[in-house]
Design a protein around this ligand. Structure first.
Ligand SMILES: NC(=O)c1ccc[n+]([C@@H]2O[C@H](COP(=O)([O-])OP(=O)(O)OC[C@H]3O[C@@H](n4cnc5c(N)ncnc54)[C@H](OP(=O)(O)O)[C@@H]3O)[C@@H](O)[C@H]2O)c1
Length: 287
């Protein structure tokens, strides 16, 4: 039976990236819808659960994406509400690559730093989908997480809801721009840049040779890179006293995690693959 993936995207246009990866991960066909909201999703879900018999429902699955993490979470909740009894299919949530990229970056940083518990982990540009999920995964492992933002009040709300979801310690601090990075990195053991594409958030002088900094990762692949001095292909390079990872170094593992998760969706019909489950796949991969 053909493996069908229903791609539900909260942005206007369904992500081409997510669609290509779905095919590469083994989906025979991908049905893509953009601009999907909790109010409009029920009948799309019913199209999945009423078309194949219960024992065949593992051959249909749902992928939720889009640029807005909160919208993705709301859509996942609405999808789950549309299921009942055995009438369900497996679902993966990965708004803007949030969970898969965060799981990959955290795995790299954790290994490079020899563990994260009790360590200060600074996430620059931490309020986006990738930063939020990375904050949750790091805090869940016992790190003291600091997420930076130009919008302190907004970021404090994001930190609170992320703490409520994942537990642990997450605080928001204001960082207006790269000029503030040095001060923000005081006491940091771990640095993750999750700022927007093409924005240098951390100049080299702010991190290079900094006492105590063990590992740094930048997930921005678009020049100028997010951490000056970390090259896009770095994958555990030793630079200026820290073990560092660029966007391609993280991205290779992210792609493996993403594809493994899509494959997993078709193994049964009741999986919900959000941050924790996706992180579990990263661990299985020995990341
Ligand atoms: N390597 C990979 O495999 C991979 C996969 C997916 C995504 N990515 C990359 O990961 C990064 C994070 O993705 P995302 O979707 O979470 O990012 P995002 O939502 O576009 O941006 C994250 C945060 O960066 C801050 N920011 C944006 N533009 C800024 C600017 N000009 N100056 C200062 N701060 C700015 C914003 O925070 P405030 O407004 O709160 O300040 C924003 O919430 C992006 O660079 C993306 O391209 C990489």
């Amino acid at each position: 039976m053909r493996k069908l993936l229903l791609q539900l995207d909260t942005s206007t246009h369904a992500s081409v990236f997510d669609r290509v990866v779905a095919h590469d991960a083994g989906a025979d066909a991908v049905m893509s819808y953009g601009g999907v909201t909790p109010e409009t999703v029920r009948d799309l879900v019913h199209g999945c659960i009423f078309t194949r018999g219960p024992k065949d429902l593992n051959n249909t699955a749902i992928f939720i994406g889009g640029t807005d993490m909160a919208a993705g979470e709301a859509l996942l909740a609405a999808v789950e509400t549309a299921f009942f009894g055995p009438m369900r299919v497996s679902v993966m949530l990965d708004s803007n690559g949030s969970n898969t990229t965060a799981a990959a970056a955290v795995a790299k940083l954790e290994r490079a730093a020899g563990g994260v518990r009790g360590k200060r982990a600074v996430i620059t540009g931490g309020t986006g989908p990738v930063g939020v999920r990375a904050a949750g995964l790091l805090a869940g492992r016992g790190a003291d997480v600091v997420m930076t933002s130009r919008r302190l009040e907004y970021a404090q709300g994001v930190a609170r809801t992320t703490r409520e979801r994942f537990g642990g310690s997450i605080v928001a601090v204001s960082m207006a721009g790269a000029a503030d990075a040095s001060e923000t990195l005081e006491g940091a053991h771990i640095l993750l840049n999750a700022g927007g594409a093409g924005v240098c958030m951390v100049p080299k002088a702010a991190w290079a040779g900094r006492d105590g900094l063990q590992a740094a990762a930048d997930v921005n692949a678009v020049p100028p890179l997010g951490i000056e001095g970390v090259e896009v292909a770095d994958n555990g390079a030793a630079r200026d006293g820290a073990e560092v990872f660029g966007a391609l170094g993280v991205g290779g593992l992210k792609m493996k995690i993403h594809k493994r998760c899509i494959g997993r969706l078709f193994e049964r019909n009741d999986l919900i693959m959000d941050a924790e489950a996706i992180d579990g796949v990263a661990r299985e991969l020995g990341a």
